[in-house]
Unconditional design. Structure first.
Length: 204
């Protein structure tokens, strides 16, 4: 027997309920962790995957296992992978980079929208019900300033964004002690320091 087909109103109400009750969820056998950088606000989301023990010997009756360390990988799920974050679709994503951008002092907010299409949409009262409450005010570079990461790199400036990328690309390797990931002892500490602060991905 086929299920009763929902009306369009019921479908909208069901979709709205899903949005209103949306919560972050970690992947199976994983938990969300954050690796912090040296600059304020740099917290790189990682997914720590819990591994099963490895059978190394023993007998069928008394097997011997060796525990494996958890493996951190970059988590691309954003706030939806963190059960501790309150999700509000209407407000949008948290403005994580806002303090970094403001601290550089080379941008300014637009006082009016420059797009005719955007102006027309904002003037249409019939769209008020559909608007997100967390609307952003566009920014632009101040006169005579360049605001690309490439420009900052050429000036010898290591931005929080660059550090974030370097940590992400390293995949948290400093935390893994396995010989598979750790070089020989003679260069171990140098490798750890280099990977943490001077990774090639830090400079575009």
């Amino acid at each position: 027997m086929s299920a009763t087909k929902l009306t369009r109103r019921e479908q909208r109400a069901q979709a709205q309920h899903f949005i209103d009750t949306l919560e972050g969820t970690a992947f199976p056998n994983s938990k969300r962790i954050y690796i912090t950088g040296t600059q304020p606000g740099v917290r790189v989301p990682m997914r720590e995957i819990q591994l099963s023990p490895t059978l190394i010997g023993g007998s069928k009756e008394q097997p011997q296992f060796e525990e494996n360390e958890a493996i951190p990988v970059y988590d691309t799920s954003g706030p939806y992978g963190d059960p501790q974050i309150a999700i509000n679709v209407q407000q949008g994503l948290a403005k994580l980079r806002q303090p970094w951008i403001d601290a550089r002092g080379d941008t300014e907010e637009l006082t009016v929208r420059s797009s005719d299409y955007t102006k027309a949409r904002l003037a249409d009262d019939g769209l008020d019900e559909l608007r997100f409450s967390g609307l952003l005010t566009p920014k632009r570079a101040k006169a005579g300033r360049r605001v690309t990461q490439l420009h900052y790199a050429r000036q010898g400036i290591i931005t929080p964004e660059m550090e974030f990328i370097a940590i992400r690309e390293n995949m948290g390797r400093e935390r893994i002690r396995s010989e598979v990931f750790t070089p020989p002892a003679s260069g171990n500490e140098l490798w750890r320091t280099s990977a943490g602060k001077y990774h090639c991905g830090i400079c575009p």
